[in-house]
Ligand binder design. Structure first.
Ligand SMILES: Cc1cc2nc3c(=O)[nH]c(=O)nc-3n(C[C@H](O)[C@H](O)[C@H](O)COP(=O)(O)OP(=O)(O)OC[C@H]3O[C@@H](n4cnc5c(N)ncnc54)[C@H](O)[C@@H]3O)c2cc1C
Length: 392
C-alpha cells in the first residue's frame, strides 16, 4: 500500500474546497485535495450562482477577476416585490457606490474556472475519483485510507478539512450531529428566454406560489430560481413548457416582457443544516459540510468563501508563529472570527424564508411593513445591502 504525508488534506473539491486550495496555494505547505468524482465532472451545473461583490473581490485577489468579468453578468439593481402589494424595495449599485452589487455566473462555469486555476498554478496533489475507506486519528493528525485508481493509498495529514458538502462523510466519521430544518420546499432551476433586455436587474418576487428569482444572464436570458412548496413544485414541474411559462408569467407579471422559452428544469429539495461542531484537534468542516442554507438570499457559497478566506489567514498566521500548527487553538481562533457572521447570515436567510413563505394576513402585513421600512429608511437599507454584498 502506498503512503503519502501532507500538511493539509482537503476532502471535496466543490466551490468551497477548491477556493480554499487556491487561497493556500502560495504557502509553504504540502496540500492534497481529493474528491469522489473525476476531475472537471461538476461542470454541467447550470444553476445561476450569484457571487456577492465581496466574493468577487476575494476571487479577484486569487487571479480570477478577469475570468468572472468575462463569464458573468453584473447585477446593477435588485428589485424585491410582493405580489398583490404596491410596495417594492430597490437596491442599486450606484446608490451603494460599487461597480456591481454582485455577478451572476453559471455554476459549471465557475467550477471550471476555479479548477483550471488550481491545475495551472499550484503544486497540489490531486486524488480525484477516490473513495474514502477509513479515517483514524494518528500522531496529532489523521490517517485516511482511500481507494484511488484501483489501489489503496494511505494519506497522513496534520490537518483534515471536510469540504465535502451537505452529506459530508467527514462530518459523519467525526460523529458530528447536525441541526436540520426541512422547508418542505423545492427549488425549480432553469433559464428563461426573454423578448427584451433585463437591464442587469435581478428580481425577487414573493407570490402565493413561492418566491421567484430572476438573475441576469447573457443572450436575452435570465436565470430562474423558483422556490415553491414541494407539493406545488411537483405540479408545476409536470406542466408542459408552454403551460409552465404561462404559470410563471401569471405569478411574476411582465417586468421582463413576455417569456419566450424555457430550458430544462432541474429541482433541488430545500433544507438547511448546521453542524453542531465545526472542528476539533486537527480537523475542520467548511462550506455546506458546516452549514447548508436555503438559496433565497444567495448566500451559501458566499458565506463559505468568507469562511475559507479567514481560515487561510489563520493557517498562514499559525505558520508564522511556528508552533504545532493544528492544535485546538486553530479551530478556536477560526470559530471566534467566523461565528458572528455565520450566525447572522444563517438567521437572515431563515427569517427571509419564514417571513415570505407566510400567507396568513398578519404576516403579510408585517412583511409589507418591513419592506416599507427598508425602502424608506436608507441607513437600514444600506446596512442590509452591505451584508448581502458580503462587505459589512
Ligand atoms: C438552487 C440553488 C441555488 C443556489 N444559489 C446560490 C447563489 O446564488 N449564491 C451562493 O452563494 N450560493 C448559492 N447556492 C448554495 C451553493 O450552491 C452552495 O453553498 C455551495 O455549492 C457549497 O459548496 P461546497 O463546496 O461546500 O459543497 P459542494 O458543492 O456540495 O461540493 C462538495 C464536494 O465534495 C465531494 N464529495 C462529497 N462526498 C464525498 C466523499 N465521500 N468523498 C470525496 N468527495 C466527496 C463532491 O463530489 C463535491 O465535489 C445555491 C444552492 C442551490 C441549491
Amino acid at each position: 500500500m502506498n503512503n503519502f504525508s501532507f500538511d493539509i488534506v482537503i476532502v471535496g473539491r466543490g466551490f468551497v474546497g477548491t477556493a480554499l486550495a487556491l487561497l493556500l496555494r502560495d504557502l509553504p505547505l504540502n496540500i492534497a485535495i481529493l474528491d469522489r468524482l473525476p476531475e472537471f465532472s461538476n461542470t454541467s451545473d447550470f444553476r445561476s450562482i450569484v457571487l456577492s461583490y465581496g466574493s468577487y473581490l476575494i476571487l479577484d485577489r486569487l487571479g480570477l477577476g478577469d475570468f468572472i468579468k468575462n463569464h458573468a453578468l453584473p447585477i446593477h439593481t435588485i428589485q424585491v416585490s410582493d405580489a398583490g402589494h404596491f410596495g417594492m424595495t430597490h437596491v442599486s449599485s450606484v446608490e451603494e457606490g460599487v461597480p456591481a452589487l454582485g455577478y451572476v455566473i453559471e455554476g459549471g462555469v465557475l467550477q471550471r474556472g476555479l479548477e483550471t486555476s488550481l491545475k495551472t498554478n499550484s503544486s497540489l496533489t490531486f486524488f480525484y475519483d477516490s473513495q474514502i475507506v477509513s479515517l483514524i486519528e494518528s500522531e496529532g493528525g489523521h490517517q485516511i485510507t482511500i481507494e484511488h485508481q484501483g489501489e489503496y493509498k494511505i494519506l497522513k495529514t496534520d490537518l483534515l478539512v471536510g469540504a465535502d458538502g451537505t452529506h459530508s462523510i467527514i462530518r459523519k466519521l467525526k460523529k458530528v450531529k447536525t441541526k436540520e430544518f426541512d422547508y418542505e420546499q423545492t427549488a425549480i432551476v432553469s433559464k428563461i428566454d426573454l423578448n427584451r433586455a433585463h437591464d442587469f436587474i435581478s428580481y425577487e418576487r414573493f407570490t402565493s406560489e413561492g418566491s421567484i428569482a430572476f438573475l441576469p444572464l447573457s443572450g436575452l436570458q435570465s436565470g430562474l430560481v423558483w422556490s415553491a412548496p414541494s407539493v406545488l413544485a411537483a405540479e408545476i414541474l409536470s406542466l408542459s413548457d408552454e403551460l409552465f411559462l404561462q404559470r410563471l408569467q401569471k405569478q411574476f407579471g411582465y417586468r421582463l416582457g413576455k417569456f419566450r422559452g424555457v430550458t430544462q428544469r432541474i429541482t433541488y429539495p430545500l433544507k438547511s443544516s448546521s453542524a453542531c461542531l465545526q472542528g476539533g484537534k486537527a480537523w475542520i468542516l467548511v462550506g455546506n459540510a458546516a452549514h447548508t442554507l436555503h438559496p433565497i438570499a444567495a448566500q451559501g457559497f458566499n458565506l463559505g468563501l468568507r469562511d475559507v478566506t479567514f481560515l487561510s489567514e489563520v493557517i498562514s498566521d499559525s505558520l508564522g508563529l511556528n508552533k504545532k500548527r493544528y492544535e485546538n487553538d486553530l479551530i478556536a481562533r477560526y470559530s471566534a472570527g467566523r461565528e458572528a457572521n455565520q450566525e447572522k447570515t444563517q438567521r437572515f436567510t431563515h427569517c427571509l424564508v419564514s417571513l415570505f413563505s407566510q400567507t396568513y394576513w398578519p404576516m403579510k402585513l408585517a412583511r409589507n411593513g418591513v419592506s416599507a421600512l427598508i425602502e424608506y429608511f436608507p441607513p437600514l437599507k444600506h446596512r442590509i445591502a452591505k451584508h448581502g454584498m458580503g462587505i459589512s
